[in-house]
Design a protein around this ligand. Structure first.
Ligand code: FES
Ligand SMILES: [Fe+2]
Length: 379
């Protein structure tokens, strides 16, 4: 018999198709694979190395050949279905660990010459994924490759010019659903969580609007009020009393006074795991007691020092809260939510709409390819 004090739900949260409310649907939705996703730092995969990355349970082998060129292929050998990431890069090909079948960047099986059954080379091809490098990150297009040239990696002009802004990238892998991350980084009602660092204080939502692609909002707030950070912002030059935020599906960005900006790129690993890449960039910072703005090199030095002291621990606070929220949701997914910020339902609605559209596109009779079923053809 069930303990009468145990108020947890008896069943796990509903799937996307079973869910009844927008919030439940958002918590079960994936992110549209027909977009570009940051999956790893460029520097993390050296020549001759292979690494597994995962997009919504789809395992991808990402490797770099001896010539420095990256490739992303289905991480499953068609022979006995081992992950190819158990294998090794051989010049510019990926060789399976078990019987040594070798696949080129286009996914074609090119060699199993060590086998001596006298059979001709079978025709077999791994699914491949478009790969790009931008902003120091490797981007993969996990969906329909034909759409990879239609959908774009977000443009960040401040980082693409000959004289880019100073900045840094930090990342986290949190045990939380990606929709909770979006709620968190767009909803400034959680200043209490950050009472130690005070990145925003007394935020008031002043404007919001949404359409089929984005949710845009502004807050009036006191930005960068922390004990440490407040000395590094030139308030005469930079308006730190308001911030613009946008969930530009499936990405998110903010802008404070056209001087402090960030993008957030989510990698939905599975239903309860999300890797989050934040790129922050600043046109300049102020150095205490010095009357002018810091030059670029000094700005970068100050930022480098502030990453471990301020940004990483600050964002880690969000991770602690989000992982706790995930556990809370799994235990109480059917309890009625109390939501005060009107943008949160809009964020969830956009996530749900986009996933619904993706599911419908891919369950149409003429289209049978699935994100969880990589294509391998053997003749
Ligand atoms: S399982 Fe990969 S070569 Fe046999
Ligand atoms: Fe936060």
């Amino acid at each position: 018999m069930r303990d009468p004090l145990d108020d947890r739900e008896l069943t796990p949260p509903p799937s996307f198709s079973e869910a009844r409310s927008t919030r439940q649907k958002a918590r079960a939705a994936g992110l549209d694979p027909d977009r570009w996703y940051a999956v790893e730092y460029d520097r993390e995969i050296k020549n001759g190395e292979v690494k597994e990355v995962q997009f919504w349970n789809l395992s991808i082998a990402l490797y770099r050949g001896d010539d420095g060129v990256l490739a992303a292929v289905q991480n499953r050998c068609p022979h006995r279905h081992l992950k190819l990431t158990h294998g090794a890069v051989d010049k510019c090909q990926l060789r399976c660990a078990y019987h040594g079948w070798s696949f080129n960047r286009d996914g074609w099986l090119t060699d199993y010459s060590h086998d001596s059954f006298g059979k001709p080379l079978i025709k077999s091809r791994l699914r491949t994924f478009p790969v790009e490098v931008r902003y120091g990150l490797i981007w993969v297009f996990p969906g329909d490759s034909d759409l990879a040239s239609v959908e774009k990696i977000p443009e960040i002009p401040e980082l693409m010019s000959d004289n880019p802004w100073a900045g840094f990238t930090v990342d986290y892998t949190w045990k939380t659903h990606h929709s909770m991350v979006i709620d968190n980084i767009c909803d400034f009602a959680h200043a209490f969580l950050h009472r130690k660092y005070q990145p925003f204080v007394d935020a008031k939502l002043t404007h919001y609007e949404s359409d089929d692609e984005k949710v845009y909002l502004t807050y009036d707030t006191y930005m960068a009020e922390g004990k440490f950070s407040k000395y590094f912002v030139n308030r005469k030059r930079v308006n730190t009393r308001s911030i613009e935020i946008c969930y530009e599906y499936p990405y998110q960005w903010s802008n404070t006074g056209d001087s402090i900006k960030h993008w957030c790129f989510l990698l939905p690993i599975d239903e309860r795991t999300t890797r989050v890449f934040f790129i922050f960039y600043f046109d300049s910072v102020k150095i205490p007691l010095i009357p002018f703005n810091a030059p670029k090199w000094l700005t970068q030095m100050v930022l480098n020092a502030s990453v471990p002291l301020l940004f990483k621990p600050l964002l880690a606070e969000d991770g602690v809260a989000l992982e706790a929220e995930q556990i809370g949701y799994e235990s109480h997914w059917n309890a009625p939510p109390i939501e005060l910020n009107p943008i949160v339902p809009l964020l969830q609605k956009l996530t749900v709409q986009k996933w619904q559209q993706y599911v419908e596109r891919n369950t149409a009779p003429e289209k049978s390819a699935s994100v969880t079923e990589p294509v391998a053809e053997a003749v």
